[in-house]
Design a protein around this ligand. Structure first.
Ligand SMILES: Nc1ncnc2c1ncn2[C@@H]1O[C@H](COP(=O)(O)OP(=O)(O)O)[C@@H](O)[C@H]1O
Ligand SMILES: CC(=O)N[C@@H](CCC(=O)OP(=O)(O)O)C(=O)O
Length: 297
C-alpha cells in the first residue's frame, strides 16, 4: 500500500533532517558503550545492532564497548556466589574473575557480534587480551567521607584500571570496514586478567581514538535530578555538586567520571542516554532535538 501524502512528507522530513548529520559524521569515529542493563531486552539488542550497521553503511565508524554487569550477576547467582559492589565496582576474587571473563568475553561479546553480523555488518569481538588492546594494572581503591580523618583503603581484588590502550588493532579493523566490539577486561604485565568497569574502558577507548562522540547507553533517560527530571546538559562543576549531594550515585558515578575525562581528553562530546529506547543512537545522531544528558568539560 502506498503512503498517504502526509505520511510521505513526514518520512521525507526525517530523511532530509538526517542529511547534515550524516555529512558531519562521515569518516568519524563514534564510541558507543552498550550497558548490561540496557541490553536486557532482545528488541533493544536488535535495534541497537541495526543502528550500528546503519552507521557503518553511511560511512561512520562505530566502535562498541559493552558491559554485562547484570549478566555476570546472574551467572554468579546460579553458581551460588553473591555479588558485592563498592561505589559501583564489583569486588572481584579469583573465582569471580573467571566468571567475568566467561560472561563478558564469551557470552555477551559473541551475542552482540552475532547480532550485528545478522543485520549485515562485519563485527569482530575483542577482549583486552587480544593484541594487548587494554593494558591494565590493579586498581588501588580508596575513599574518604567527611567523617574520616584518613582515606579508607578497600581491596577490590582483580579489579583493574586502564594503564594504556593500544588502539592500533581497532584502527586496523576500522580501516578494513569491520565493527570492533570490545569486552572490558584488561591484561596486566604478567598476563593476568583484570575486571574493569565498562564505562571506564569505553571512555579510554574514545580518548585513544580521539572519537567525535562518546555515547553511554544505559537504563535511564540520562542523568536525573532529585525529582526524577532529565538534566539535558551538565558542566564539570555541576557534576561535582550532584555527586556531593548524593543525586549521582552507584553505577552512574563511573559513567559521569569517564564522560568528563573523555571530553577533557579530546573527545568532542560525551552523552549519557537511554539504551532501552529503540534506535536511541540514531535519534541522538541524526535529529535536531537529540536525547539524553550532554556532558561538557
Ligand atoms: N542521578 C542519576 N540519574 C539517573 N540514574 C542514576 C543517578 N544516580 C544513580 N543512578 C543509577 O545509575 C544506574 C545506571 O548505572 P548502571 O546500573 O551501572 O547501568 P549500566 O549497566 O548501563 O552501566 C541507573 O539505573 C540508576 O539506578
Ligand atoms: C569492576 C566492575 O565493576 N566491572 C564490571 C564490568 C561489567 C560492566 O561494567 O557492565 P555494565 O556496564 O553492564 O555495568 C562488572 O563486573 O560488573
Amino acid at each position: 500500500m502506498a503512503l498517504t501524502a502526509d505520511a510521505a512528507t513526514n518520512v521525507a522530513h526525517v530523511l532530509t533532517e538526517a542529511l547534515p548529520y550524516i555529512q558531519r559524521y562521515v569518516g568519524r569515529t563514534i564510541v558507543i558503550k552498550f550497558g548490561g542493563n540496557a541490553m536486557e531486552s532482545e528488541d533493544v539488542q536488535s535495534s541497537f545492532a541495526r543502528d550500528v550497521v546503519l552507521m557503518k553503511t553511511v560511512g561512520i565508524n562505530p566502535v562498541v564497548v559493552h558491559g554485562g554487569g547484570p549478566q555476570i550477576g546472574s551467572l554468579l547467582k546460579a553458581l551460588g556466589k553473591e555479588s558485592r559492589f563498592v561505589d559501583g565496582l564489583r569486588v572481584t576474587d579469583a573465582e569471580t574473575m573467571d566468571v567475568v571473563e566467561m560472561v563478558l568475553g564469551g557470552l555477551v561479546n559473541k551475542q552482540i557480534v552475532s547480532l550485528i553480523n545478522t543485520h549485515g555488518g562485519k563485527a569482530v569481538g575483542l577482549t583486552g587480551k587480544d593484541a594487548e588492546l587494554i593494558r591494565a594494572r590493579k586498581l588501588e581503591y580508596s575513599r574518604k567521607t567527611p567523617e574520616m580523618d584518613v582515606p579508607e583503603i578497600i581491596d577490590l581484588g582483580h579489579v583493574g584500571e586502564v594503564a594504556s590502550i593500544d588502539a592500533s588493532v581497532i584502527q586496523m579493523l576500522i580501516q578494513g570496514d569491520f565493527i570492533p566490539v570490545i569486552a572490558p577486561t584488561g591484561v596486566g604485565p604478567d598476563g593476568r586478567a583484570y575486571n574493569i568497569n565498562a564505562d571506564t574502558v569505553a571512555g579510554k577507548v574514545a580518548e585513544a581514538l580521539r572519537a567525535e562522540k562518546f555515547m553511554l547507553l544505559t537504563n535511564t533517560s540520562g542523568i536525573l535530578d532529585k525529582s526524577g527530571r532529565l538534566l539535558t546538559g551538565l558542566s564539570a562543576r555541576q557534576v561535582d555538586e550532584l555527586i556531593a549531594d548524593g543525586t549521582i550515585y552507584g553505577g552512574m558515578l563511573p559513567k559521569v567520571r569517564c564522560a568528563l575525562d573523555a571530553v577533557r581528553g579530546g573527545v568532542r562530546t560525551a552523552l549519557i542516554l537511554d539504551g532501552r529506547v529503540p534506535h536511541s543512537v540514531l535519534v541522538e545522531l541524526f535529529t535536531d532535538e537529540g536525547i539524553g544528558t550532554l556532558i561538557r568539560g
